[in-house]
Design a protein around this ligand. Sequence first.
Ligand code: IPD
Ligand code: CA
Ligand code: CA
Length: 264
Amino acid sequence: MWQEQLTAATAAALAAGAVLRQHWGRLNNITEKSPGNLVSEADTLAEQTILKILSEYFPEYAVLAEESGQRGTSQYTWAIDPLDGTTNFAHSYPFYAVSIGLLVAGVPTVGVIYDPARDELFSGATGRGAWLNGSPLKVSTCSTLAQSLLVTGFAYDRRQVLDNNYREFCRLTHLTQGVRRDGAAALDLAYIASGRLDGYWERGLSVWDVAAGVVLVQEAGGRVTAYDGSPLDLASGRVLATNGLLHRPVSTVLLEVQGQYIAP
Ligand code: IPD
Ligand code: CA
Ligand code: CA
């Protein structure tokens, strides 16, 4: 099940990764979509590469791609981020990825994330497992906040909205061994799936940021939900992903900071 979709997404992600590597360190056309939200010729060319390959495999599938938007309607939709971590890429900070997820009736079902800088290919499919360059992925076994290493991010609207994640970041930085801010949501999720990080939360996300990563974390034994532990709502832009053991502790802190925690 899902083998052909995995093959297609992998081929597309690797080809897009090659495009990104060609542009590494030599971008000459960077513009701002909104304050702080960059786009470059690398984003556009990588996306075109992905769309071409996926449409050869599955011409009937719909597409939701960051740079070109929605195309078609189908029970099957590819959610594509051709370059997650554009700000990093533009600054030659080597933490960025290609992310391709397949939504089946809106549910993330196949995920491929490719990190061209490290040649790391994370992939997985519901009921099949998840792998890093072919080896099975497993979330970490860390069970206390005090021993944990978390990661988060700050949406581009952080200067305009009060709910900008700064307070949550401060509180969890205080309670853990650290909170990283690596700047690529898809790779953040891949790192939860691979056990390198123990928990991740963020608001203001788009479907293409997380569709693939959600599958990887779940298939690696972790949990992905809304901040309060209720089922994930991709449209909300809020994601809490952990190794499972830390889900309740992180959720409790997030709700406390937001003033929504009700003691059991
Ligand atoms: C962004 C990155 C970043 C996250 C932002 C995303 P982009 O994606 O994933 O880590 O904090 O919310 O929009 O713009 O680099 O594709
Ligand atoms: Ca992104
Ligand atoms: Ca992007």
